[in-house]
Design a protein around this ligand. Structure first.
Ligand code: PMP
Length: 459
């Protein structure tokens, strides 16, 4: 299928973009010699750019977002109907889609009861940091204010969330940062920091060591990605999560799971933490919540935490003194409700598990033919391929070559991603995260393009 874009003057659009748009995460010098890529239309996993080129998008909008695929008329129609009825009211009041989406979401999150709306993953995470700080002031006399975060995890782009970036290159140049954020070691066994058999438990014990060093009464919360995304698609080893939960309970530390990438089906369950039987105190989500059809993020917590903000109604400063203006937009929860309906009715969690297994098997088969593949890992449709210059020493393939593999896939019409200027010396993992509707044929096309690209770039 190819779309007819002749009605639009797309060369003008390209010039307008070149002249006036400041692209995210982009060095603009390149646009003095090449055109910025402008996407015009999408359907399912397919995208078309302003030059009429067709692509298979294996990264759901570049950053794990368009979980149910492009061109969903039912979401557009639901949002349209809601917008003409009521587009907005500030979040101090309720709206119909806000209430109904919260109810539906909570159905899938046993143990959690409250949904706080905002617009981006960064914001959802920063709401937790604010809640933790307020709990510290009101309930712990200023103690338990520190927040632990982990190497290689990422939680957002604002100054406070960057202060919890385990991807150091992202935070570089944006300090000074606020105080009270403390790093713990990562848990990627392929890049092991301890030579032990029970690696998961050992990596979790390393968190306890930091807690004991800092003093348990200084630590309020621990934020972790259930499976690390941009830090290299890190699936925690066996034994890691139960021990983390145990440590949090032992030291009365609130456990905050950042589901901004894993949330809403990406790993084959509604949420990534649900693979591990964890009982979090906070869960944050954004990208896949409405698959990019509207901006929405959620901070979800327990009744226990919620009650800490209403137990003393006589205190005029006792409630959570926070607002997110666009957290009152109705487009977000309307799109999110329809997004969830689609995931359920089309059996997309199951498809994610099946297609994820197929993709993993295809990628593992490529290891026989490409010595440059050091490790293949992932869960559901959330997969990483770590590239190495030498399999024995595990020396990472240089970032330039990794990016050349990505560019070679693009030349074949397949958009994949790679960890990118985030961890010094370790930006060497290809990332795959197609929409949850991906077919077996599309999986084979995607892994086939990687096969060809690795042969062309790495020999
Ligand atoms: N948490 C994680 C795990 C993420 O990957 C991201 C974005 N890549 C964020 C938080 C921040 O989300 P946003 O860009 O919507 O602020």
């Amino acid at each position: 299928m190819s779309l007819d874009h002749s009605v639009n003057d797309l060369s003008h659009v390209t010039e307008a973009d070149r002249a006036h748009v400041w692209h995210h995460l982009s060095q603009h010098k390149q646009y003095e010699t090449v055109d910025p890529r402008i996407f015009v239309e999408g359907k399912g996993l397919r995208l078309w750019d302003a030059k009429g080129r067709e692509y298979i998008d294996a990264v759901s909008g570049g950053v794990w977002t368009v979980n149910v695929g492009y061109g969903r008329e039912s979401i557009a129609n639901a949002v349209r109907d809601q917008l003409v009825k009521l587009n907005y009211y500030a979040g101090a009041a309720g709206t119909v889609p806000g209430a109904l989406f919260a109810e539906k979401l909570i159905e899938k999150m046993p143990g959690l009861t409250r949904v706080y709306y905002s617009n981006s993953g960064s914001e959802a995470n920063e709401k937790v940091y604010k809640m933790v700080r307020q709990i510290s002031h009101r309930h712990h006399g200023g103690k338990k204010s520190k927040i632990l975060f982990r190497e290689r995890d990422y939680h957002g782009t604002t100054i406070a969330t960057l202060a919890t970036s385990g991807q150091f290159q992202r935070a570089e140049q944006y300090g000074p940062f606020p105080e009270g954020f403390v790093i713990v070691p990562h848990c990627l066994e392929y890049r092991a920091q301890w030579d032990v058999a029970d690696y998961g438990r050992r990596a979790a014990d390393a968190i306890e060591e930091v807690i004991l060093r800092e003093g348990p009464d200084t630590i309020g919360a621990l934020v972790l990605e259930p499976i690390t995304a941009g830090g290299g698609v890190i699936v925690p080893p066996e034994g890691y999560w139960p021990r983390v939960q145990e440590i949090c309970r032992q030291y009365d530390i609130l456990l905050h799971i950042d589901e901004v990438v894993c949330g809403l089906g990406r790993t084959g369950t509604w949420f990534g933490y649900q693979h591990y039987g964890i009982e979090p105190d906070f869960v944050t989500m954004a990208k896949g919540v409405a698959s990019g059809y509207a901006a929405i993020s959620c901070t979800v917590t327990t009744e226990r935490v919620f009650n800490l903000f209403k137990d003393d109604a006589s205190d005029p400063l006792g409630y959570f003194r926070d607002i997110s203006t666009f957290g009152g937009c109705t487009a977000g929860p309307t799109a999110a409700l329809e997004n969830m309906r689609i995931i359920e009715e089309e059996g997309l969690l199951e498809n994610t598990r099946l297609m994820g297994e197929r993709c993993l098997a295809n990628l593992r088969a490529l290891m026989d033919r490409h010595a440059v593949i050091g490790d293949v890992r992932g869960k559901g449709l959330f997969l990483g391929v770590e590239l190495v210059a030498d399999r024995t020493t595990r020396e990472p393939l240089p970032e330039k070559q990794v990016q050349a593999v990505v560019a070679e896939c693009l030349a074949q019409g397949v958009i994949i991603g790679a960890t990118n200027r985030s961890i010094p010396g370790l930006n060497n993992t290809l990332c795959l995260s197609p929409a949850l509707i991906v077919t077996a044929e599309e999986i084979d096309t995607i892994t086939g393009a990687i096969d060809v690209a690795l042969t062309r770039i790495c020999g």
